[in-house]
Design a binder for this molecule. Sequence first.
Ligand code: GLN
Length: 552
Amino acid sequence: MKKKNHKYIFVIGGVMSGVGKGIAASAIAKILHAKGFSVNPIKVDPYLNVDAGTMNPTEHGEVFVLDSGLETDQDMGNYERFLGIDLKTEDYITSGLVYRTVIERERALGYAGKCVEALPHIPNEIIKRIQRAADLHGSDISLIEIGGTVGDYQNIMFLEAARRLWLKFPQDVIFILVSYLPIPHKLGEMKTKPTQTAVHQLNSYGIQPHILIARSAVALDAKRKEKLAIWCNVPAENIISAPDVESIYDVVLNFERDKISDWILETLSLRSRVRRDTLAPWRKFVTRTKNLSGEVNIAVVGKYFDTGDFVLSDAYISVIEAIKYSAYKVGVKPILHWLNAKDFENGEKNVSTLAGYDGVIVPGGFGESGIEGKLKVIHYAREKKIPYFGLCYGMQLAVVEYARNVLGLKDANTTEIDEKTANPVIDIMPEQKKKLEEKDYGGTMRLGAYPALLKDGTIARRAYGVETISERHRHRYEVNPEYVERIEKAGLVFSGTSPNGVLMEIAELPRKVHPFFVGTQFHPEFKARPLHPHELFTEFMKAAVGRKKNKK
Ligand code: GLN
């Protein structure tokens, strides 16, 4: 149950996107948590997609999957990682979801003959969902991050919901604006005007921010703070300078140093519930990230890297984070190299260049593009004993490669690429076939947490240290059971399976054959946390460090 005097913090973005609103919100949630409050973060996204699952990663960045199987925005991953918690379906709200519920309720006569309108029914449904999530968690504080930027037409309904909630509980609701202050190159001076305009725009919706987080390349000076205070109507002490930082993990400690939680708690009439330094483990983690000895070079071979003239590694944010946490645990700095699978396909890059890396990762993916390139990469990594970690598609393709080049099934393939292959070593799951035929794509993959059993004496079993694990999935295809025996006979070990033994969850080569050749049908990256690095990423990283040492 939601507690009495439950508090709501709305985090809103000003001026432009991409300034770290999600990180700021995660950091705020983290420090409030460290002050002894249970905080449930909620991400609202204004798009009409019901969830993030149908969007191309170059559009939207990574699709983050919850235990429940909901496909969400990558910010949900930030919250899970910063707070070390598992979020629930109710913690993610999209316009599509809200509109769909309202329309379905109308069809079921749920509005008792009334005219159903955007106002008030949409904001009312949003409020209902926010409160339901708070109830479910029994939290003290809901921290609601509103996607997009003030002035976007799309997020008006969410801002209206926030305003209505504030009107109802003025003592219990606060607004934090995360805004951006540009320093135009030619002027060399930090400009406050765009932020002033953002606040005025917010005011026109009936919302006055209580706290302003001023994101910029450098720290805010006294003069600009004063200007912002006057023109944005926010007390100077409630304006937090948030200059660019070397690493996102610093944000938590910087905010705490600036006493942001004091201002938030004071505005909400709350008092810290702890005396000790509950951020100590985080502090230790941050210190570790800065005291590394040596580097490892990891090649990530994927396809979602370009958008226009820019490279977008956002599509793999959880993979990047998972690599970092394990590298930090092992004490090295990971240098990631984004290699486009297509370059290996058309010969622009020779696979022998991979010899220069300490480890290779082929992350998840869909469809045909770059596949033969990825297969070449896997083949090379296997033969040359370069530590290889395949995530979902990267595991399926490792099985295809093994079938082709070790079993000698030259035409082995996944039916995702070649429906008519004579050797479908990776095949669509029967229940998935029907969904595709019916064009029922949204939220219908094998999604979310499923248990797996680990085989004794394997790399996986040793790494996890337990027999049963739970990991998150997002796929329609799987290792074809008809080939399992033959593949195993040829030396690839399925070290993790579904409890009934039908689905192959982990494939690996024994350590005496290869230092680390592991693929997972699931996405281990979704469960990696700064304070709990993922066991398999850590094993991979140790193998990468081992290769580096041997090269010397
Ligand atoms: N395309 C593959 C499947 O659907 C792998 C999916 C993934 O890598 N997430 O099974």
